[in-house]
Design a protein around this ligand. Sequence first.
Ligand code: DX5
Ligand code: ZN
Length: 219
Amino acid sequence: MSLRPIIAPSILAADFARLGEEVRAVQAAGADWLHIDVMDGHFVPNITLGPDIVRALKPHATVPMDVHLMIAPVDPFLEAFVEAGADIISVHPESGPHLNRTLKRIRQLGARAGVVFNPSTSPSVIEWMMDEVDLILVMSINPGFGGQSFMHSQLAKIETLRRMIDASGRDIVLEVDGGVTAETARLCVDAGATALVAGTAVFRGGPDAYAANIAALRG
Ligand code: DX5
Ligand code: ZN
């Protein structure tokens, strides 16, 4: 697979009091995307940020904003996130009644559309929708918090989704999120991942460490 995975630092692990600076620092350190975790305290047991923060960060972003929505219902908020500057919007199938409609809507609004797999979500969810997705995101933790341990059980799912993407012949990004470290990054890439989200592993040690942290994830 890709020898140089896309690295998407999750700003959830950044200093929220200095978000603009943090975004500029990880970009200068080599971030390919910015991963933005949106939580509502309902779909997941934590609350983070909304479209206003995405809008405030947009002028600082020189790379795509990869917005991971952990909110339900999700449909009423798609437009607000695209208008705020989201380039990619990923949704959980469990966060709305009609995944196909939601994905079509994201593209219609002008963003790339992603589907997120919880640890318990089966790859079959996407079987009839390969034409509607630009990105598949495999959670290697239960969503809600950064700093959790990587679930090795999800590696087989990454391999299965890799095969499904290859069989489709489509250019779909396969991203992994949760507990990604230099060690687990390698396992994900070997299983077929082409993009890696990392919060703790990028932001630990402060700005002086970001470049080395990102380089370590690339292997
Ligand atoms: C959790 C989020 C993740 C999280 C990853 O629900 O989707 O993006 O920030 O954090 P780490 O890399 O610390 O596991
Ligand atoms: Zn995420």
